[in-house]
Design a protein around this ligand. Sequence first.
Ligand code: GTP
Ligand code: MG
Length: 199
Amino acid sequence: MEVHNVEMVMSAVQPSQYPTDGLPEIALVGRSNVGKSSLTNTLINRKAFARTSSQPGKTQTLNFYKVENQVFFVDVPGYGYAKVSKSAREKFQVMIGEYLEKRQALRGVVQLVDARHAPSREDIEMYHWLTSEEMGGLPVLVVATKADKIARGRWNKAEREIKKTLQFSDQVSDFEMFSSETKYGKEIVWEWIEARMLD
Ligand code: GTP
Ligand code: MG
């Protein structure tokens, strides 16, 4: 999609604050600092529309970005940030669960993992939850980001490791390497999103 118009429409912590425009929504999930905001910025051709940060755990609300008046990207707070309190973490979990399990407008989830490392226990739990029967066949795209930080010759091995650790299934999900630095994977991620918008 050729993007000219983006609005950061709103932040929400509960369903009454979600947008009411009736547009399809694509959620971005992944641990703090994995690159969710950077992926958003790459897809919408902006340097710093979604705030990126070297300080993990900055984003604490669901942030809805309206793109070309056609779709919302929903930046979900990163999980697995040890320094937030247990009660804050539990509040996040309720907020994220309410959104991902119940939101009618949600057409797909992009789960980001770090291309350099085997997925963490929380990545694995998230993947299994997203692809579980209770999600009712919600489309999932696993994006291995920061691919620029590993040599091209190691990408296949990295992909195999990630898929093995996640017990990845092509029946219920897709996979793509990505870099916000080089923009590698941008077109394919956009194609996946556009297909979900038509589902
Ligand atoms: P939270 O909002 O805290 O959950 O983090 P986030 O997932 O939104 O991560 P963010 O996009 O803020 O990126 C975190 C850091 O990783 C920043 O310093 C980014 O510049 C860097 N980063 C993100 N994506 C890439 C990438 O593809 N390649 C490289 N080299 N760095 C990246
Ligand atoms: Mg962020």
